[in-house]
Design a protein around this ligand. Structure first.
Ligand SMILES: [Fe+2]
Length: 252
């Protein structure tokens, strides 16, 4: 059984189309989107509609999807000027989505689990197995012991997540952890959109790979600069460089 996984689309349509064109050639049994369809980009309503109508595609929810669904600005005070900017964007993003789209986002599961054979589990979540990503994450800088702490008693042989915008495959003990993010913008220094493939080969053997997709980012960077989002230049910078807009305050 072969899976294609991608996440953190962040309302960026051309990057999504580039990744989907590559995924279409992978001939997978199941496609999985690992959250953060919206926020940090100009076309949330188009991305939600695309994913809702994508055949053979399962979806888990991301932390920023729930910010819009749950009106985070009403229940949380911004902890920084960065969050204040994000909260304003959350309100405006929500305004662009229909009630039906918000309801669909709000009903997405926190995690998904597949078991191609009994005892051989593949677990998928946006941030960590226990928390969506607002309070914790699985960044590459964590030591193996720190990763094990985050995983707790999760026993899946292989896991896939998004959120940290740095595609990778990591082995910790006898478990494999795949980061499939991101489509919309990378934070690992490589501006190309990414996705991952995971295939169950039988007898407890899994193959996991990350893939980068060629993408000419300049036009979409300019589109973000000139769109409705305040400080769209910050997003444009991330699209162009593949790094967080304010490198001293990398979120992970
Ligand atoms: Fe996220």
């Amino acid at each position: 059984m072969k899976f294609a996984l991608y996440s953190d689309i962040h309302a960026q349509v051309p990057q999504l189309e580039a990744v989907q064109a590559a995924v279409d050639k992978e001939n997978v049994d199941k496609e999985i989107v690992i959250g953060d369809l919206i926020m940090l980009g100009p076309e949330p309503e188009v991305v939600v509609e695309n994913i809702r109508n994508r055949p053979n595609c399962d979806v888990v929810v991301g932390n920023l999807d729930l910010w819009a669904v749950n009106k985070r600005w009403e229940t949380h005070k911004p902890k920084s000027p960065h969050q204040a900017w994000m909260f304003d964007m959350t309100k405006q993003t929500r305004d662009r989505l229909s009630e039906d789209q918000l309801k669909w986002l709000g009903m997405l599961p926190f995690s998904l689990s597949y078991m191609p054979e009994p005892g051989h589990e593949f677990l998928i979540f946006h941030g960590t197995p226990h928390e969506i990503g607002d309070e914790s994450a699985l960044p590459l800088r964590l030591t193996d012991d720190e990763v094990k702490d985050q995983l707790g008693n999760v026993s899946a042989e292989i896991m896939a997540h998004g959120h940290i915008h740095g595609p990778s495959v990591r082995k910790v003990g006898n478990q494999t952890i795949v980061c499939a993010a991101a489509v919309g913008m990378s934070w690992d220094g490589d501006p190309r959109p990414a996705y991952a493939t995971v295939e169950y080969l039988g007898n407890g053997k899994w193959d996991a790979q990350v893939h980068r997709v060629e993408f000419d980012c300049e036009e979409q960077a300019k589109h973000n600069e000139n769109c409705w989002i305040e400080h769209g230049d910050r997003i444009a910078g991330m699209i162009r460089t593949g790094t967080f807009w304010n490198p001293e305050h990398m979120p992970h």
